[in-house]
Design a protein around this ligand. Sequence first.
Ligand code: NAG
Ligand code: NAG
Ligand code: NAG
Ligand code: NAG
Ligand code: NAG
Ligand code: NAG
Length: 825
Amino acid sequence: MNRINGAKCLLLAITFLSCIPLSAGDHRSVLWRGDSIAVSDAGGGGEHVLVSPSGEFSCGFYKVATNAYTFAVWFTSSADATVAWTANRDAPVNGVGSRAELRKDGSLVLQDYDGRVVWSTNTTGTTADRVNLLDTGNLVVSDAGGDTLWQSFDWPTDTLLAGQPVTRYRQLVSASARGLPYSGYYKFYFDSSNILNLMYDGPEISSNYWPSPFNKWWENNRTAFNSSRLGSFDTRGVFTASDDLQFNASDAGDGRVLRRLTLDYDGNLRLYSLDAGGTWRVTWLAVQRTCYVHGLCGSNGICSYRDNNVPTCSCPVGYVPNDAGDWSKGCRRSQEVRCGGDDVDFVAMPHADFWGFDVNYTAGATFEDCRRLCVSDCNCKAFGYRPGTGRCYPKIALWNGRVSVKPDQTIYLKVSRTVTNKMNNNQSSYFLQFDGHVCSIDERVATVSSSYLHGKSNSINFIYFYCFLAVVFVMEAIFVLFGYIFVFRADSAAATGRVHDVEGYSLVVSHFRRFTYDELSHATRGFRDEIAKGATGSVYKGVLDDGRCVAVKLLGEITQGDEVFRSELSVIGRINHMNLVRIWGFCSEHPHRLLVSEYVENGSLDKALFDGDGDGDVLAWRWRYKIAVGVAKALAYLHHECLEWIVHRDVKPENILLDTDFEPKVTDFGLVKLLARDATATGTHLSRVQGTRGYIAPECWTVGRPVTGKADVYSFGVVLLELLRGQRVCDWAAGDLQQLASWIKERLKRDGDDDDGGEVSAWVEEEVMDTRLRGDFSHVQAVAMLELAVSCVDGEPNRRPSMNAVAQKLISLHEHDRAASLRFA
Ligand SMILES: *[C@@H]1O[C@H](CO)[C@@H](O)[C@H](O)[C@H]1NC(C)=O
Ligand SMILES: *[C@@H]1O[C@H](CO)[C@@H](O)[C@H](O)[C@H]1NC(C)=O
Ligand SMILES: *[C@@H]1O[C@H](CO)[C@@H](O)[C@H](O)[C@H]1NC(C)=O
Ligand SMILES: *[C@@H]1O[C@H](CO)[C@@H](O)[C@H](O)[C@H]1NC(C)=O
Ligand SMILES: *[C@@H]1O[C@H](CO)[C@@H](O)[C@H](O)[C@H]1NC(C)=O
Ligand SMILES: *[C@@H]1O[C@H](CO)[C@@H](O)[C@H](O)[C@H]1NC(C)=O
C-alpha cells in the first residue's frame, strides 16, 4: 500500500517536473503580459532571470536563506551578486512554487507558493504590456507605447544606482545585517529642513549623526533654502543634491564604471565602484570613522577600534551584553547600583564618550562637584568631565558610546561598589571588558526572521503539490523557528550568560559564540585527539582557555554561505535541554566549518551497550531505562516544545552520549538538515536519503513522502529494541524488522488475551531480553517498553505514537523499579 502511494507520488512529481517548460531560451530581457518567472535552480540562470541588454544587471529570485527568496535586481558581474534593489525585503517567499508574474490585469505581482500576493506594483487596470530591465538597473513596467507605468527607481531599498534619486518621498533604509534583506534602523533621507541626513532610528531612540549634529547647516556647507529635495549621482560618479551636498567618487570621471551608493547595515553611507575582478572598492564614504555612527553598539555599548582598525563593540566594566549575537541590543548592568548610598562608585573611562543625553551642562565645575551631582541623581548613569575647562555633563542614558581619539575627555561610569571591589587595585583606569565577548560590527550574527511563514499550509488542493509540500513543510518549520527566535530573542537572551571568574572580574560570557580556527586548533592541540568519526565529520577532544572540555567537530561537505550557516547554527546554539548536547559555538573560516559542543564524559551508547561482554561491563537495566527516558524527553523537546519541531533524522546509539551518571545527551540534532540543505534547497525534493541504515523509517526511502517527527519515533523504536536486546536490531531481525515487530506484536497480543502477566514476561525474558542481564531487570518496564518499541517501528507513520506520548509512557513506568520486577519473578 505504502509502496503504491509512494510510486503514485513519484509519478506525479515526475509529471509535474516535466510540465515545467525546460525549453531552450537564453536569458530573457522582457517579461510580457501573462508571463512569469519562478525560482530557478541554485545559482540562478536559464529563463527564470531577466537580464538587462548589456548583461550588467539581472532580475529574478535571490536566495537569502534556506528556502527564502526575494525578488531582486542584482549586479551580474559582482562576485557576490550584490543586490541593488529588492521588492519584498521584509517578506521573503518560499523557494518552491513562488512566482513573479505580469498579470493580465496589468500588475506585476509576486506571489508565494500558496498564491498569496506578497508584493505588487499596483498597476492593476492599466494597459501594462511588458516588464523590462534597463541597462541602468531600473526595472520598468511599461505599456505598449513605451510609457513607464512603474519603475523600481522610485522604490529604492538601501542602494541608489547612477541616475536614481533620493527624494522628498523616497529614502534609503539600511539592511539589518550583512547579507540579509530585512530593513535595519539606519536611514538616509531629507529632513524637514531640506537637508540630507543619516539617522539612526532604533526602537528606543533616534538621532542624526551625519552631517555633524553639532554644527548648523551652514557650517556643514549645506543649504536649507532649496525645497526641491532631490539628490543623485551620475554615471561619472559625481553626487549632487538640492541641499548643496556634493561629493565625487575618488575615481570620478570614468563613465564606464558601475557604481552604487549604499547605506550599509553599519549605518555608513558608501559609494562603491565595481572593478574588473568583480569586487567593490569604496570610493567615498560619509562617516570617516564608523564608531561615530549612532546606535551601533546599542545602549551602554561602546564602539572602539581594535586589531586592524576594525570597529568593535564591547561592554564597559560592570555591564554585560544583552544578546551576544546582536550587539545592537547593547549592554545592561551586571549589578544594579543602589542609589544614593555607599554602593555608588565610579570607574574612569579615558578617551571615551557617549554622545547625547546630557542632563545639563556646567562649565567650571570641580571634579568633586560634578561627581556629587551624579551621585545625588539616581538617574545619572555616568558623567563626563574635562579637567582643563571644568566642563561637567551628567548623563541619564548611555548611547552612541565610542572610544574617541580626543585625549582630554573622560567618562566616569557609575557602578556598584561590588564591581570595583572585584577589580584589582589599579582600578582607576581599566574600563573595557574585552575578554570573552567582543564582537566586531561585521560579525553580527544574522538571524532570519520569518513570521511571514506562520500558519499557512492547508490551502493547496493540487495533488502533486503534496510531494513538494514535504520539503516546503520541513523548511517552514525552520522558518517558524526563526520567527519565534526573533520574537522571543529578548527572553532567551536574558536566559543566557553564565558568570565565571576571570582575573577577578565577574564576567558573563555568552553560551554561544564564534571561535577562530586558530583558537580551536590550539584547543585541540592541532586536532590530535580524535574521539569519534561519523558521517557528518570527525570529532576531536579539546580544552578551551577557560578550562572547559569541549568536543570539536570538523564538518565536511558544507557549501552554503557563511551567513546562512551562522544563522542556522545560532538557532541550534540556542537550544538548551538537559538531554541534548549543548552547542557552545562554531567556527566558520573558509574552508573550515567547525562545531564546538559540550564534551560528554562516557562516550556513546553503542560502545556501552554493544561492546561490554564480561559481567562488570554490561550496561545495567536501570541505566538502560534512564537512557530511554532521557532520549525520549530530548526528542519530545525537539519535536514539540522547542518552538514547533526540529526533526533529528539520525537517531542512533552513536548519537546518544552518556555522561558520568549515564544521563543520555543526544547529539548531532539539526546537523543532518544542515548538511543536506544543499540538496533540498535547490527546489527539488529528490534529496539524498538521510540518516543511517537500520534506523531509517521506511517512508524516508520513498521519494516525496513527508519526513516528519514520526521518522525519529521510528528510529527511537529501534534504539529501544536495542536497549532491551543489547544487540543491533539489524543483526537480530536479520534485515526484516517489520516481520520481527509483527511477530512480537502477535505474541504480546496473544499473551494479553491470556491475561497472565507471568507468561508474558517469561517469553520476553527468554526470547527478547539481553541475556547478559541474567534476568536482572524490571519485567513491567521491559514489557511496556517492548510494546512501545513495536508501536514506534510501525511501517505507517500515522500509527506511530508521538514522541510526547512515548516520553509520557516511559516516565509513567518510573515506579516499576526492581521491587516490581521481584514480584513478577
Ligand atoms: C501597493 O499598494 C499597497 C497597498 O496600498 C502598498 O502597501 C504597497 O507599498 C504598494 N506597492 C508599490 C510597489 O507601490
Ligand atoms: C565647508 O567648506 C569649507 C570651504 O570649502 C571647508 O573649509 C569646510 O571644511 C567645509 N565644512 C565642512 C563641514 O565640510
Ligand atoms: C534646487 O535644487 C535643484 C536640484 O538640485 C536645482 O535644480 C535647482 O536649481 C535648485 N534651486 C535653487 C533655487 O537653487
Ligand atoms: C566633482 O567633479 C566635478 C566635475 O568633475 C567638479 O566640477 C567638482 O568640483 C568636483 N567636486 C568635488 C567636491 O571635488
Ligand atoms: C543640573 O541638573 C542637576 C540635577 O537635575 C541640578 O541639581 C543642577 O542645578 C543643574 N545645573 C544647572 C546648571 O542647571
Ligand atoms: C598597577 O599599576 C602599576 C603602575 O601603574 C603597574 O606597575 C602594575 O603592574 C599594575 N598592576 C596590575 C595588577 O595591573
